[in-house]
Design a protein around this ligand. Structure first.
Ligand code: UDP
Ligand code: MG
Length: 135
């Protein structure tokens, strides 16, 4: 069996408010990945400015900050073969109107801003994000 890969997954405030935590975790587990660490967190602006630094100059950046601080998130480490790419496939496209049916965002997201789930987009970012959120 190939070496397990780790990725960082975060269930965003709308996922928790809408009661979709179990549904989303089930999809990740049914695919065959394991949740090896998890914690509920209220994020602060300093952490979010680092986490979303690639979007700092976008007009919607203030909205991302306020949305991500509107409730707790569930931060998780997810492990399994090809976990980084595999979780991104389960998530679906960033833009909610492009997210395919059968994906988490395609089935549940009603806007691009409030789109249920974060997953690392590369193994390098996964490592940095796991450090950022789990130390
Ligand atoms: N986002 C947004 N509008 C956009 C692009 C992104 O509100 O046009 C938000 C959305 O919540 C997204 C997050 O910013 O999940 C991070 O954007 P990124 O491009 O990293 O997408 P992701 O990796 O989450 O698919
Ligand atoms: Mg991203």
């Amino acid at each position: 069996m190939a070496a397990a890969e780790k990725t960082f997954v975060m269930l965003k405030p709308d996922c928790i408010k809408r009661g979709l935590v179990g549904e989303v975790i089930s999809r990740i587990e049914r695919k065959g990945y394991r949740i090896t660490n998890a914690k509920m967190m209220w994020l602060d602006e300093d952490l979010l400015r680092v986490h979303y630094a690639h979007l700092a100059d976008k007009p919607f950046f203030p909205e991302i900050l306020s949305y991500m601080m509107s409730g707790p998130v569930l931060a998780m480490i997810v492990e399994g073969e090809n976990a980084v790419t595999g979780v991104r496939i389960l998530m679906g496209a960033t833009k909610f109107e492009e997210a395919a049916a059968g994906t988490i965002r395609g089935d549940f997201a009603m806007s691009t801003g409030e789109n249920i789930i974060h997953g690392s987009d590369s193994p390098e970012n996964a490592e940095a994000e796991i450090k950022r959120f789990f130390g």
